[in-house]
Write a protein that binds this ligand. Sequence first.
Ligand code: BTN
Length: 264
Amino acid sequence: MLDQKKLDSLLAGCRFWEKVQCFETVDSTNLIVKDWARQGAEEGRCAVAEAQTAGRGRRGRSWISPPGENLYFSILLRPQAEASHVAMITLLMAIAVTQGVRELHLDAKIKWPNDVVINGKKICGILTEMYQSAAGSFFLVIGTGINVNQKEFPEEVKKTAGSLALELGADVDREVLLASVLRHFSDCYDSFLETMDLSGQKELYESFLVNKGRVVEVLDPKGEWQGTAIGIEKTGELLVQRKDGSVEAVYAGEVSVRGIYGYV
Ligand code: BTN
């Protein structure tokens, strides 16, 4: 079981420190936090669980969440921002996870927009859900799953999923990693709130971007095309250079990476 006291002490002084609550088994930490939000919980509340019975992934997929090995956590945010800022805030979590994992001397990178990968294997997924509150404002639930100490994966994800322990050859302390990720997120989020864009993180994000300098296939509904990823806009879109030298900003959901991963 995750150690609540250890987590509290690791997070002392952090803006999220009092607000992390450990659970044994839940349906989904995103749903727990959504319920808290509906009851008026303040920004920064965080739920972390040992296991999820109905872990949710992007595009309606499920997130396999076995007990005792990984991290599954969700945080509540109430930014004074617009719906268009949601994708940017999700990128901030990808940066924070990458920073936390890099402290273990692992070469974590970000596959745009927000999968964290090591050696081409996905070790983290992030699902941000936005809800309208009664007052007309909105709140965000950012759910993050990190494959920490898992050694075996079901057939359907075996080729694409990895874990920190498999990459490192040793188990990783989950509380230390979670505290580190939350501290990094807290810093990134504060910086985001100053400008309401990624100006403060763009350089760091690009240094983590696995797609940078690589050929990507843009799945544009009007026609697929290929180009070279060169970085991101300060609003989070991927910048892709066509063969004729022109550069386009691509929105999340339209692009996939060619050639380097089995899962795209
Ligand atoms: C993805 O499909 O890549 C996103 C996966 C997000 C999984 C996390 S685990 C914690 C939180 N609770 C959920 O039900 N989903 C997210």
